[in-house]
Design a protein around this ligand. Sequence first.
Ligand SMILES: O=C(O)CCC(=O)C1=CC=C[C@@H](O)[C@@H]1C(=O)O
Ligand SMILES: [Mg+2]
Length: 370
Amino acid sequence: MIPIKQMKLHKLKMQLKDPFTTSFGTMQDREFFITEAVDDRGNRGFGESVAFINPGYTEETVETNLHMMRDFLIPILQKNMIVHPDDVSALFQPIRRNNMAKSALEGAVWDLYAKQNNMTLAAALGGEKTEIDVGISLGIQPSIQKLIDTVGRYIAAGYKRIKVKIKPGWDVEVLRQIREKFPEVPIMADANSSYTLADLEHLKQLDDLDLMMIEQPLAHDDIIDHATLQKTLRTPICLDESIHSLEDTRKAVELGSCRIINIKIGRVGGLSEARRIHDYCRDHGVDVWCGGMLEAGVGRAHNIALTTLGGFTLPGDTAGSSRYWEKDIITPEVIAENGVIRVPEKPGIGYEIDERALKQFTVDEHVFDF
Ligand SMILES: O=C(O)CCC(=O)C1=CC=C[C@@H](O)[C@@H]1C(=O)O
Ligand SMILES: [Mg+2]
């Protein structure tokens, strides 16, 4: 690989079109880093950190990302020769966790590598698809009727599956009314760890609603109780927060904690580990799909490239840019037509950075020479 000459961290502030409510809170203001790896040939590789402002989803935040990238991870990249992007996750091994910080930098290296080799990021990863199926993830709405109207709108727009947030008091009845209204639509529920095994009898009611899966019903750091729950539920459990690595995946699959895994590039530390998890799941008959973290266009582009791998058999959360943003930071924006996104054919992430938009949303910058 042509060496990195400079790494830039652009700190952005953007506002989601609509507030996004889950069992652990409501988000609308998004702060995050766009990472930019530059070589001496004018190639620029981009990544995106997906940590939120507060540590509600994982322990990472925008501020911990900056600390880890500036004080530990970029110095490692400055000191070492990278031959292939897979080297980055190996170099970062001695640093514990902090997967979203690692992923933000590794993603920029993967994009730079693909551009240096005049390949799409999808091709660099070994992806096969020229288009991907996508679903939509809906936050908790003010009323059941509002949720039903919103579900109808996205089904009319062609999205391939609907993901509904649930939590105690907003679950069985809500899903029953949606299923009644839309008997054929692929529907899944994401609980974001808001139940315990004490809710086992309550959760068994979900088995009658023909759901594709129940995502992360129990604790964010559990695979034992999920195995107990999966034994009693017909509906597949999908793990999200519990899975941070290939090792977590292996243990969860061997224990029978889940039948499906939501792979999020940031949560597992980058594209190389995401691909290793994909390969393991494909070899062990576990379905995977690509989750979302309310990303801007760079993160969205990385999700699209990853989803081109053959084992991504289920629609993911990578909806079009306009679902999230009045204005995205890439051009063209990501467009989902009838629940399908065409994989871009330009080198790297396949979308250009909209420099005016990047500048408009940038609130801080850090530049590191190599
Ligand atoms: O990016 C998207 O549209 C998916 C958003 C989404 O469902 C989630 C994002 C981040 C944390 C959670 O709230 C939730 C998830 O758990 O998948
Ligand atoms: Mg989830």
